[in-house]
Design a protein around this ligand. Structure first.
Ligand SMILES: [Zn+2]
Length: 468
């Protein structure tokens, strides 16, 4: 039975989707003002393991992850560089997907961009205003927290008695609000700044919180199953999402809230100023494989703080290599026909432990231990020539099942960059000019093996990625 530790109830709860056989989930996505760091990636990996395990359990999954492509930092950076928001964010969005693919995550079914959903946001804001949950002030629009008595139910922060005029939290907003805790749904933009939309609720730009309410409900309906993100989003971001969504619809927004714990680096919080800040690119530049980074980041249960060290990553590198070698050895082993009951029992035990671990609030370390126990037993059997053909087939299938969730047994090649592809195509053209058809074919095959399909047309060579 699959159970999740639900932040909303504070309890370990059996998972029951709203619609039979189907799961709708939303994970807060990246703010594309810079490259994602490994702390961000650990949170996205929670979404990846979750979606993969739900599929393993037979559910049809619809996973939505937003791309925050407008916020104060993005606007500031774009203005400083004298470029539009789109021009500023485009390379970071591309880099994000490259990292996402390289670390072996499955892309969500929908990845909506905030700037392409302004209409959904302004409609939601208008609805909140009509119902008294929001008010305008100086061209901005705020959420009236006093209108939503359950405010605080996710973060368990008790706001009773100090809502009006409370001042424990420093109010840094420069506009007039009825209450210090009210938050901006829509921010007025002063003339002279480009990052603004002219809408029915005025000229301005959306706040960050409204983006997630509007886009999740657009693609998953007003009530859906699972929402995940990092613990730092519980308050205020997710608390505000609940207030916005439930304020507008009067329905329960989300049934299960899953929050990933912080990542520490050598026991400290990660920061650029401390020099302990890593992106995936930094680690790959140091010679680590993305799969080892993936293994490290998923090796501890998501709800536990994870202490990342380069030493730990080196050991993940060895672990991953040994798992990959193991699978290769198993596949290559020349075995006699038949089956060995001991191997059958070992496989059944491993599957049971794997599921028991992940059923228990996605306890990845228990599930990984099941895989390691199995590889030890099979290695011994291989060494003693005790493995038979049926075992070999069943074990390879079982490993494929495990890998559908963990994705650590294969050596994924990073997706080729457009520039690499174009360079190879140019080299192929040059080979053909020299009538070196062997080399030209070799390049075509190499590209084909990496999922790039070439098409020779009258206008020259066109290429596309397989499956796109
Ligand atoms: Zn969000």
């Amino acid at each position: 039975m699959l159970k999740f530790q639900n932040t909303l109830s504070g309890q370990l709860e059996e998972f029951r989707p709203l619609r039979e056989g189907e799961v709708r989930m939303y994970c807060c996505g990246p703010t594309v003002w810079d490259f994602a760091h490994i702390g961000n990636l650990r949170t996205f990996l929670l979404g990846d393991i979750l979606r993969r395990y739900l599929k393993f359990k037979g559910y049809k999954v619809t996973h939505v992850m937003n791309i925050t492509d407008v916020d104060d930092r993005i606007i500031q950076q774009a203005e400083r560089k004298g470029v539009t928001l789109d021009e500023y964010t485009a390379p970071y969005i591309e880099a994000f997907w490259q990292d996402f693919d390289a670390i072996g995550m499955e892309r969500p079914e929908v990845a909506p961009r905030a700037t392409q959903h302004i209409k959904q946001m302004t409609e939601l804001i208008a609805r909140l205003e009509a119902d008294g949950h929001a008010y305008a002030s100086d061209g901005s629009i705020y959420y009236r927290i006093a209108s939503f008595p359950q405010y605080g139910k996710l973060s368990k922060i008790n706001f009773a008695g100090n809502i009006v005029g409370g001042s424990e939290r420093v109010d840094t907003d420069k506009y007039e609000k009825e209450d210090a805790r009210d938050f901006a749904l829509w921010k007025a933009v002063e003339p002279g700044h480009d990052a603004a939309w002219d809408t029915e609720i005025g000229r301005g730009r959306p706040g960050w919180h409204i983006e997630c309410s509007a886009m999740s409900m657009q693609y998953l309906d007003e009530s859906f199953d699972i929402h995940c993100g990092g613990v730092d989003l519980i308050f205020p971001h997710h608390e505000n999402e609940i207030a916005q969504s439930e304020g507008a619809t009067g329905r329960k927004f989300v049934n299960y809230w899953l929050h990933g714990e912080h990542l520490k680096i050598n026991g400290e919080s990660m920061s650029k100023s401390k020099g302990n800040y890593f992106t995936l690119r930094d680690l790959v530049a140091q010679g680590f494989t993305p799969t080892a980074v993936r293994y490290s980041l998923i090796s501890a249960p998501y709800r536990k703080q994870y202490n990342f060290t380069l030493e730990g990553l080196r050991s993940s590198e060895k672990t991953v290599a040994s798992l990959q070698d193991f699978r290769q050895r198993l596949a290559d082993a020349r075995v006699e026909a038949g089956s060995n009951p001991q191997m059958k029992a070992a496989a059944a035990r491993a599957l049971k432990q794997f599921e028991a671990g992940l059923d228990d609030d996605l306890n990845t370390s228990v599930a990984l231990a099941a895989i390691h126990d199995l590889t030890r037993e099979v290695n011994t059997a291989l060494a003693d020539c005790q493995l038979r053909a049926d075992d070999q087939r069943d074990l390879l299938e079982l490993i494929a099942c495990f890998d559908a969730v963990f994705n650590i047994f294969s050596r994924p090649q990073a997706e080729m960059l457009d520039t690499e592809i174009q360079a190879l195509i140019a080299e192929r053209q040059e080979a053909r000019r020299r009538r070196d058809f062997a080399r030209a074919d070799e390049i075509r095959d190499e590209l084909n093996a990496r999922g790039i399909i070439l098409e020779d047309t009258r206008d020259g060579v066109r290429w596309k990625r397989r499956g796109m």
